[in-house]
Every structure is written in C-alpha cells, then in structure tokens.
Ligand binder design. Structure first.
Ligand SMILES: Cc1ncc(COP(=O)(O)O)c(C=O)c1O
Length: 372
C-alpha cells in the first residue's frame, strides 16, 4: 500500500529551511525555551528542574491533561489524551473511526490529512466545496443532502486552514443537529481556536457542544510551540477515546517528557501567550488590508475571520505556480500555491502569524509591482 504524498508538508520540507522569507506559515510566532521557562510557576519550575528523562504516561502527564481539561467547560482530565502534535491525533482518530463501507463528509480545500486519511482507511468521502465567490461559505442544506445511512463522520476545521473562514454558532448548531439525527461523529479540528479576529465569534469546542464531538487542538498554532509536538483530543465519547489511545501505543507510545512540562507551563500562562499571538495577528491583518487596497487589479481576498492563514487570488494572467516559483527564486519569499490544497484557480495561501511578516510583505510587494 502506498499512501498519497502529503503535498503541503512535502512542499514545506523542500523550502521551509532554505527559503529565507516565509510568508506562508500557519503557526503563530514561536517562543524560545528561555521565554517559556521564565513563565514557569514554582511548581512547574521544580518539575522542570527535577525532570527525569524516562518514558511518560501514554495518555499524557496527568497535570497536563488537567490543564487541558480546563480549556473546556464539560471535559474532565480522563476525557483528554495527548499526542505528538495534532497530526498524530488526526491519524489515530481516523484509524479508530474509519472502516471500509463508511461514509465521511468533509469540506475542500482542507488540511490534506483530513481528506487523505479517511479515504486511505476505506471511507467514501463527500467533499463539499468551499466557494471563494461565496466568501468560502457552504449551505447547511447541502450538508443535509450529503448525509447517507452509513455516514460515520462529519469533519470540520474552524477557524479554517487555508481560507481563514469561521463557522457561525447557528451553522455549528445546525450541523450538530444533523449529526445527532444521523448518529454521526463530528471531528472538529480546532487548532486555530483562540485566534478568532473578533473574540465574540469564538465557538464552543465541539467536545462541549456535542456528545459525539471530538475536539482536536495543539500547542503548535495559537500557542506558538510547534516544536514541542504536543497535541490532544478531548471528547465525552469514552469508547472512541480508549480505542484511539490504543493506537498511540503503536505510533509514539508516549510524549516527549520535556515537551509535556513546557506545554504545561505554557498552558498555565496561556493568557500571556495568546495575547501576544493575537496582537501580532491583528496588527498584521491591518497591514495586509492596506496591501490589498493598493493592488485591487492584482490581488483579491476574503478577509480572514480567524486563524493565521488566508487565501489570496492572483488576478494577473500568470499561473500561480509560476508566480510562486519566480517569487521564491528572485526574492526568497515563500508562498503556497492553492494547487497544494487542490484549490482550482489562481489562489495562494499566506500566513500572518509571524512578527517578520511586514518586512517580508515589502519584498513581496516590490516583486508584485514589477508585474502587470
Ligand atoms: C488544520 C490543521 N490541522 C492539523 C495540523 C497539524 O498540526 P501539527 O503540526 O501541530 O501536528 C495543521 C498544521 O498546519 C493544520 O493546519
């Protein structure tokens, strides 16, 4: 069996550590080890200083699971299992839920593993298109029509990668009603949670809102700690969580011991951490607004409502793959052509979670100004 290449991650492994100016990343500005340790409270400082580098508990350090449970309103620590990043959480969830004969509903474009893995494990997948002409929205009626007697799972990602769109509370409630009526799980990839442009639009986590809801989150994005590789699943569905935790014993067994403590420190200091990420993002969005205003004949977008990424349409008669290739070769600025998300048309993804975005955008604009 040969799994299809993960196009986005392969693109990143080709360029991420060689292109000097990354205008496409989806994580917020990273924190240094020293900055995180400076945020430690006396208890976590002692845990760090006395850390023994052995195996850790497979479901995750109990103190860490307790802190994660505090992010939800109905979730107990034993309803949380940690994983190596969000990616392992996606893999183990799909492995647990999906069997040949199952039907899955998802949305496209999307983060590739949310589409490839259910297919790989034997499901028939109905991908409902997110339409740029409709500000990346879909209709609940379309979703209702897509349900079949064997629909096992509805996959959501909000705030959304790559479009930056956000579900509304009404739409989320309708989707929960549909899933409940059809006996389906909802897997919600919530890795960009806490980065809603307007905090009033933050949705309840699916693990709180729906008894068969599975929430995925991670330290990588809003918390700016991708190198820790700490993600988690939270759900009230005990059978699912136990089965998923069993898969972890065949993948990583347990998390990295230092990463667990660092994640615990960061979660306890989450107000500081999220505040910094939000400030960078909101400032960068205003700078992007001005860029878009200066180039109405070259670029167009739907302003993102959350997360760290957005999709821009290139209005010039140049194929976006060539545009991206010339851009990286001539200026060192890296963007991601929409083709890496199976997005037809002349679109590309940018990221606005990093402090250096304004200076990289200047290089991008100099390049753009030379084109007509
Ligand atoms: C929507 C979404 N889910 C999951 C992941 C994987 O996250 P991690 O790198 O923390 O495993 C990403 C990474 O870009 C993502 O954008």
């Amino acid at each position: 069996m040969k799994i299809p290449p993960f196009k986005l991650e392969e693109y990143f492994s080709k360029y991420e550590f060689t292109a000097p100016y990354l205008l496409c990343c989806s994580d917020a500005e990273s924190w240094t080890l020293k900055e995180i340790l400076d945020l430690a409270d006396p208890e976590t400082k002692t845990l760090w200083d006395q850390l023994s580098l052995g195996y850790t508990e497979p479901a995750g350090l109990p103190l860490l699971r307790k802190e994660i449970a505090n992010l939800y309103s109905t979730i107990q620590p034993n309803q949380v299992v940690t994983f190596a990043g969000a990616e392992e959480g996606i893999y183990c969830s799909m492995r647990t839920l999906i069997y040949p004969g199952d039907h899955v509903i998802n949305f496209g474009p999307c983060y590739q593993s949310l589409d490839t893995l259910p297919k790989e494990f034997g499901a028939e997948v109905t991908t409902l298109p997110l339409d740029p002409k409709k500000n990346w929205k879909f209709s609940v009626e379309e979703v209702a029509k897509a349900f079949r007697p064997n629909t096992k799972l509805l996959i959501l990602n909000t705030p959304h990668n790559p479009t930056g769109s956000l579900l509304t509370a009404d739409v989320l409630n309708s989707l929960i009603d549909l899933a409940r009526k059809n006996g389906a799980y909802i897997f919600a990839d919530e890795v960009y949670r806490y980065l809603e442009v307007d905090e009033k639009n933050r949705l309840p986590a699916i693990a709180d809102a729906y008894e068969k809801g599975i929430s995925l989150n991670v330290m990588s994005k809003a918390f700016g700690l991708a190198g820790l590789r700490i993600g988690w699943l939270a759900t009230r569905d005990k059978a699912f969580l136990e089965a998923t935790a069993s898969y972890k014993l065949y993948t990583t067994i347990c998390n990295s011991a230092p990463s667990e403590i660092l994640a615990l420190i960061a979660l306890r200091a989450r107000d500081v951490i999220i505040h910094r990420a939000r400030e960078i993002i909101l400032t960068n969005l205003q700078i992007l607004d001005r860029l878009m205003e200066r180039h109405p004949t070259r670029l167009s977008w739907t302003r993102p409502k959350g997360g760290t990424v957005a999709v821009i349409q290139l209005l010039l008669p140049i194929p976006v793959e060539k545009f991206a290739q010339d851009l990286v070769e001539k200026t060192g600025v890296l963007i991601i052509p929409g083709t890496y998300f199976d997005l037809p048309g002349n679109f590309f993804r940018i990221g606005f979670g990093r402090k250096n975005m304004p200076s990289i955008l200047e290089r991008f604009e100099q390049f753009l100004n030379q084109l007509s």
